[in-house]
Ligand binder design. Structure first.
Ligand code: CMP
Length: 152
């Protein structure tokens, strides 16, 4: 994992990806500028683990490039089961932050990837100032929770 310096082009891509999601289009320019100031860009290699099931929810992520897999392990002796794939424009890591619970799944890189990262404190600050953002994230998390339940 390596932190990259986000160029203007990267920030423009972040803005473009975010705009596709309705809550961002409702955000004020001020709030968007605040997010730009917070956002970090990381590069991961194929096989890297970005977050681990049961681990702490310390960050929120937006996939910039590459393909990631979401794996769940049901019991100590069971093996990982793939529940989803994520690609450019997909968000993850919202569940542990919203529910203040451990990570529900492990997210790993199926190929080299670049990922925008918001620390939990900044995610919470954005959520506090933007009810549409929170509502969208909650509905995304609810759908994923349902999918995870189906796997049980
Ligand atoms: P979190 O529990 O914080 O960390 C693991 C993340 O994997 C989780 O948030 C979701 O963002 C993501 N995730 C869990 N289940 C699914 C699913 N069924 N489909 C897509 N992403 C998921």
């Amino acid at each position: 994992m390596k932190r990259l310096t986000a160029s203007n082009e990267d920030i423009a891509a972040f803005s473009e990806m975010s705009r596709k999601v309705s809550f961002f289009s409702q955000m004020t320019v001020g709030l968007l500028e605040k997010i730009f100031a917070f956002v970090m860009l990381f590069e991961y290699k194929k096989g890297d683990r970005i977050c681990k099931q049961g681990g702490p929810g310390d960050s929120f992520y937006l996939v910039y490039s590459g393909r990631l897999v979401v794996n769940v392990k049901k019991g100590f002796f069971s093996s990982d089961k793939k529940v989803a794939e994520l690609g450019p424009g997909d968000f993850f890591g919202e569940m542990a932050l919203l529910d203040r619970t451990p990570r529900t799944a492990t997210v790993e890189c199926a190929e080299d990837a670049r990922v925008f990262v918001l620390l939990a404190e900044h995610f919470n600050e954005v959520a506090r100032g933007n009810p549409e953002f929170t509502a969208y994230m909650k509905s995304l998390a609810a759908g994923r929770k349902f999918e995870l339940k189906q796997q049980e």
